[in-house]
Design a protein around this ligand. Structure first.
Ligand code: CDP
Length: 205
């Protein structure tokens, strides 16, 4: 059975953790679509043209270990405002969503643009301070020394760019279930997401 779960939300809201847990729980493939924009951003930092790079993107580019740095995240959010870049990445995402057995895709515009007919849609949020605290801890755990204030400024800058862009801005789909993870443990957030997806699966039969 083809079954698509769309999970959107701003940086560090918990989309990645929730998406991986939902994919595992229901035996679905998972695509972190942020990696596509990060891979384009990384190649642009190395001197490439954003549109050319997006059109030539190869799945192996997503396996680059350096995609998780703040510099690449900023570059990703800058290339993500370019309509031709977004267009170049649509087919890869839709092909992934259509795979037999079903898929979870997480990003910013999955429920609104990439998979508007998804079987279940979630919009994961948290306050900017909570998200910055989580991202700061992640970076420190990986030995990357950044101040909390810098991480918060990065989160706010990316929020503004993601929300204000003309093409595929970050907004919840009208039929998405919203989960605010600010005061939730990971287990509680995952349990809420799993309940939404389980109900959608049951409805599909
Ligand atoms: O992990 P985090 O939420 O910090 O970022 P990400 O999901 O890896 O995405 C990096 C950047 O790519 C975001 O700031 C967005 O600007 C952009 N992006 C997008 O525009 N559309 C998507 N479907 C996924 C990411």
């Amino acid at each position: 059975m083809s079954f698509v779960v769309a999970i959107d939300g701003p940086a560090a809201a918990g989309k990645g953790t929730i998406s991986r847990a939902v994919a595992e729980r229901f035996g679905l493939a998972h695509l972190d679509t942020g990696l596509l924009y990060r891979a384009v951003g990384a190649k642009v930092l190395a001197g490439g043209d954003p549109v050319d790079v997006a059109r030539a993107l190869d799945p192996v580019d997503l396996e680059n270990d350096d995609l998780r740095t703040p510099a690449v995240a900023q570059a990703a959010s800058e290339v993500a405002v370019i309509p031709q870049v977004r267009r170049a990445l649509v087919d890869f995402q839709r092909a992934f969503a259509c795979r037999a057995g079903g898929a979870v895709l997480d990003g910013r515009d999955i429920g609104t643009v990439i998979c508007p007919d998804a079987d279940a849609k979630l919009f994961i949020t948290a306050s900017p301070e909570c998200r910055a605290a989580r991202r700061h801890k992640e970076l420190m755990d990986r030995g990357m020394d950044h101040t909390f204030e810098n991480v918060l400024a990065d989160v706010r800058a990316r929020d503004a760019r993601d929300s204000d862009r003309a093409t595929a801005p970050l907004i919840p789909a009208s039929d998405a279930v919203q989960i605010d993870t600010s005061d939730l443990t990971i287990d509680a957030a995952v349990a809420q997401a799993v309940a939404v997806v389980a109900a959608a699966r049951q409805q599909k039969g």
